[in-house]
Design a protein around this ligand. Sequence first.
Ligand SMILES: NC(=O)c1ccc[n+]([C@@H]2O[C@H](COP(=O)([O-])OP(=O)(O)OC[C@H]3O[C@@H](n4cnc5c(N)ncnc54)[C@H](OP(=O)(O)O)[C@@H]3O)[C@@H](O)[C@H]2O)c1
Length: 270
Amino acid sequence: MSKIALIGAGNVSSHLASIFTKKGHTITEIYSRKLQNAAALASSFAGVVPTDRLDFSESKAEFFLVSVTDNALENVLNQLVTLPNAIIAHTSGSHPLSIIPQSTQAGIFYPLQTFSKSKEVNFEQIPICLEANNKHNLLLMRQLASSISHHIYEFDSEERQILHLAAVFSCNFSNFLFTISKHILEKNKKEIPFDILKPLISETLEKAFEISPENAQTGPAKRADTAIIGKHLALLDTLFTQNKAINKREENWKKIYDLLTKQIIRFYTK
Ligand SMILES: NC(=O)c1ccc[n+]([C@@H]2O[C@H](COP(=O)([O-])OP(=O)(O)OC[C@H]3O[C@@H](n4cnc5c(N)ncnc54)[C@H](OP(=O)(O)O)[C@@H]3O)[C@@H](O)[C@H]2O)c1
């Protein structure tokens, strides 16, 4: 069993703290730039020391998993002080291994999943993408990752960036389209619950994996049905665009419909 320090007290660190503890590892410290955030997370686990300092020269941790906001990562890594044998690994999809200062034992521990503190996940099913600066460190990281997931992959930094880009389209953009759908339903005279879309969204996901997303496409854009498309664009105008002062956030949703529709038509035009 390993000793692990978690750098960051956000979504990813919260889930890592739970799963590593559940699997019998020891979380030694949790760092946050705000001590109260580190303390809030550490309080759920026995014996974890919360800290707002990045000097870990006294720490017994063998792994430092760095899960901070991407634009703070480089700065945090540059300030992090550990013993020379400890492995420092970050969890970012798009930052390369080389962001970790040389002369340290460096790795990547990228869990390909969307994490929010309030939603539990089944870690065993989550792909964990590893990279390390040498074979020995890769082996150690593989042992650690295998203790929490059945799906371990090795990708270099270039490949992981491709993976992250695909993940943004699949997860973040799809989720934003769900958000638009929910707001459209709320515009109805009698609010329609978002839950009504659950069977449709579930079937969309299932079908994409069963027959491939290209083969699964349906709808007015796939059929190039300009009459229906015109009606939808007009309805979006009525629902959101006409009252710009109130609906600042929604004023481009018609453009999103239009752009995606044109892209679908182009994709399926022989
Ligand atoms: N969430 C996901 O779905 C997901 C999935 C895979 C990988 N990742 C990657 O994992 C990493 C962490 O993501 P997350 O979702 O856990 O982020 P998060 O919930 O936003 O947590 C970010 C952590 O970074 C700290 N932080 C923010 N700005 C900072 C600064 N300027 N200096 C020092 N610390 C700072 C925050 O500290 P405070 O508590 O003080 O605000 C917090 O502890 C990112 O590299 C992300 O790309 C995320």
